[in-house]
Design a protein around this ligand. Structure first.
Ligand SMILES: [Zn+2]
Length: 148
């Protein structure tokens, strides 16, 4: 008997999402604080500082999956290295940050931990679908099956 698994891709809605803006803001504040102790500053409107920020993140920041089991939150062992890049904003003098996916090297705004994975990667690498897409695929499949 055939089994049709291909219409059941893991979905975005069940994954842990990491947004680059949230990630950058969080780490910017931490790094700025540390630099302050040394009497230095970090200004993300200056390209030099943006480059320094990217370097510090890539050398020092990893992301582990946080899991809740039986009411206890723990982090898993695999440490995902973080890669960032930036582009110049057209609207103002600022910069726009992007994650660089560890698996494919694409520039993305979101990275995901799908269910049962400790590897953080982009939607395409994890073959994530949106719930709606899966539903549509099932509809098409049912239609095809009726036609057989
Ligand atoms: Zn990818």
């Amino acid at each position: 008997m055939f089994k049709y698994y291909f219409n059941k891709r893991p979905v975005v809605e069940n994954s842990q999402v990491n947004n680059v803006s949230v990630f950058v803001r969080h780490n910017y504040l931490l790094i700025k604080e540390k630099l302050k102790e040394k009497g230095e500053d970090l200004d993300l409107n200056k390209e030099e500082d943006v480059k320094l920020f990217v370097k510090i993140v890539e050398q020092g920041v990893t992301v582990n999956l946080k899991q809740e089991k039986n009411g206890e939150v723990s982090t898993t062992e695999y440490m995902n290295p973080m890669k960032l890049t930036y582009t110049k904003s057209n609207l103002n003098k600022g910069f726009i940050f992007w994650f660089v996916c560890n698996l494919c090297g694409r520039k993305v705004r979101y990275l995901y931990f799908p269910p049962n994975s400790e590897v953080m990667a982009c939607r395409r690498c994890h073959r994530l679908a949106y719930k709606k897409q899966n539903e549509n695929d099932s509809k098409i499949l049912r239609k095809l099956m009726r036609g057989l």
